[in-house]
Design a protein around this ligand. Structure first.
Ligand code: AMP
Length: 547
């Protein structure tokens, strides 16, 4: 496995990576395919699983100390030098003073077994047990193996193998059509399982793969349109136009009395949203189905409440009923993927909507269908859009009436349209060194606005997306000379670099000094033309926030 990892790490070309991976998969034992595929993707559990390994860097350091006999000090120095615990582990094992008791060679089974066991421990008193399990792996590792195991345990392996490369590698290794691989992956949310099916059953079995109730699928995503005309040109005329609600996308699986609710990121949130469960039980008239909708919070007068508020309910473990009373939600259903034993994805959207109308008994403040208008008329569409915005919705979705449902893809069967928000100019005041392949780059950037009154920069959010590899490199080079202090991976930089930042929303937040936070900040460009004091001010941020 390590040879393959090293080869993968030595190239950034997709085709070469696919070849390396396919060659490796061909040689793997059938019963190990599923685990090997997951490992390459940096996981020990499938994507749909809620299980996490849950090992912090400090525990990893303890395991390295225990398995190598080196002092914690030495390990921390290696860590500071490399900025990457994977490389630290590699170095520590190559210098280890402790001879391994068992000279047992490390197997994929053992690695998976121990890491999974680690994740099964919870709460106080488990640190020792976790440390031992990881130390056991490191003790029988070569330096390279230790590097990859450490990154896997910490969830930062990043071999540069995305879903596209894995799809092509599985197709190539087992001589099956990559479209079937992709489809099975989107429906199973488990590349390990898909690899195993392709290996053992070939194309015949892959083709048969269907949705399973209780297993979340990867949902169809929307493209963006700049205006209504572009929207119509993408989805055709007439189009279904729906209000775009600012809520949480939910996938509801119903199997008679059993109901499961998943988020767009495949998290199982059934327990957190009892009202979605009861509404589905009561008002969805079928034996089995998979529905998609937006869960929208509402206030005392029935007004819609922004997503930010209901998002607090996602991670809740206790006091759920109480939260459900405080921030009740209504489910706005907009699609159906499976109905009574049959997938409905290949039906045209208009037909799917008809099915929804048949099976969902609409009940206000519980479960309804999304508000929809079918039109070819630009003016009519415009009125609908304006009405939505006035009502406080986010915008509209335009949908192709003839199109099938395509899981996992951002095809243009559904496009979103929302008003543009002007970007803000902010200053970078801090950053963090990356991990894995990004160890030499600064990877996340702390942004600040300018407090004119006190002549201070106040933090307002962290940005880690919207950058190409080249930009990461460029910004790292710029910021390096500006570093004032370092602590662990975190650095403070002199406030000099102004960046133009796009975002979805400004929210109030206790996390940052400005008491505001940007939702989904992304880099648009570096503003070399601006001095830090010319960045947007706290007053401006307050004004945009509107309260
Ligand atoms: P975005 O998150 O900006 O890519 O917009 C797409 C998201 O809008 C979907 O994933 C849904 O969560 C949400 N949404 C809100 N209303 C609708 C609707 N009527 N149809 C489809 N998606 C909707």
């Amino acid at each position: 496995m390590v040879d393959m990892y090293e080869k993968l790490g030595s190239t950034t070309k997709n085709l070469e990576m696919t070849d390396i991976l396919a060659g490796f998969l061909k040689k793997v034992d059938n019963n190990l395919i599923s685990d090997c595929v997951k490992l390459v993707l940096g996981r020990v559990f499938p994507l749909w699983s809620d299980q996490v390994v849950g090992v912090a860097s400090s525990l990893m350091v303890k395991s390295l100390k225990k398995s190598t006999g080196l002092s914690e000090e030495d390990i921390l120095i290696y860590w500071k030098d490399t900025g990457d615990l994977g490389l630290t582990a590699e170095k520590a094992v190559s210098k280890k003073t402790q001879k391994t008791l068992s000279s047992q060679k490390l197997s994929v089974e053992k690695v998976i077994e121990n890491i999974r066991k680690v994740s099964s421990f919870e709460g106080a008193g488990t640190v020792e047990k976790k440390t031992d399990l990881i130390a056991e792996l490191i003790a029988s590792s070569s330096p390279e193996e230790a590097k990859y195991i450490t990154r896997t345990v910490l969830g930062v392996l990043r071999m540069g193998v995305g879903a596209g490369i894995m799809r092509d590698a599985v197709a190539q290794a087992f001589e099956v059509d990559s479209d079937f691989v992709e489809r099975a992956y989107y429906l199973s949310s488990d590349f390990g399982e898909v690899g195993k099916i392709a290996c053992e059953g070939g194309e015949e079995e892959l083709k048969k793969f269907n949705i399973r109730i209780e297993r979340p699928i990867m949902v169809m995503l929307a493209q963006k349109a700049e205006d209504l005309e572009e929207g119509f040109s993408k989805v055709g005329k007439p189009a279904a136009i729906e209000l775009k609600y600012d809520g949480m996308r939910v996938q509801i699986h119903k199997n008679k009395e059993e109901i499961y609710v998943f988020t767009r990121r495949l998290e199982n949130v059934t327990k957190q949203f009892p009202e979605i469960v009861s509404a589905t039980k009561k008002y969805v008239k079928c034996e089995q189905c998979v529905l998609e909708g937006e869960a929208v919070g509402y206030g005392p007068k029935g007004e819609h409440i922004p997503f930010q508020k209901i998002s607090r309910r996602i991670k809740r473990k206790y006091g759920i009923e109480e939260m459900a009373k405080q921030i009740p939600i209504e489910t706005k259903v907009f699609d159906i993927i499976f109905l009574d034993g049959k997938e409905t994805m290949s039906l045209p959207f208009a037909k799917r909507r008809e099915l929804l109308e048949e099976i969902v008994e609409q009940k206000k403040r519980s479960i309804v269908l999304t508000e929809q208008l079918i039109t070819s008329d630009l003016e009519e569409a415009e009125k609908f859009y304006e009405k939505g915005l006035k009502q406080g919705e986010e915008g509209i979705m335009m949908k192709n009436l003839e199109a099938e449902y395509k899981p996992g893809s951002r095809v243009g069967y559904m496009v979103k349209l929302k008003p543009e928000i002007d970007p803000v100019d902010l200053v970078i005041v801090g950053s963090e060194w990356g991990e894995g392949k990004r160890a030499n780059w600064l990877s996340s950037f702390l942004l600040a606005c300018y407090d004119k009154v006190n002549d201070k920069f106040l933090t307002i959010g962290k940005m880690a997306t919207g950058l190409t590899d080249k930009q990461f490199e460029e910004i790292t080079e710029r910021l390096k000379p500006l570093i004032i202090s370092e602590k662990g991976r975190k650095v403070t930089v002199k406030p000099e670099t102004v960046v133009e930042i796009g975002y979805q929303e400004i929210q109030k937040s206790p996390t940052y000094e400005s008491k505001f936070a940007l939702r989904f900040p992304r880099l648009i460009r570096i503003r070399d033309d601006k001095k830090p004091e010319e960045a947007d001010s706290l007053e401006k941020i307050k004004e945009i926030h509107g309260g």
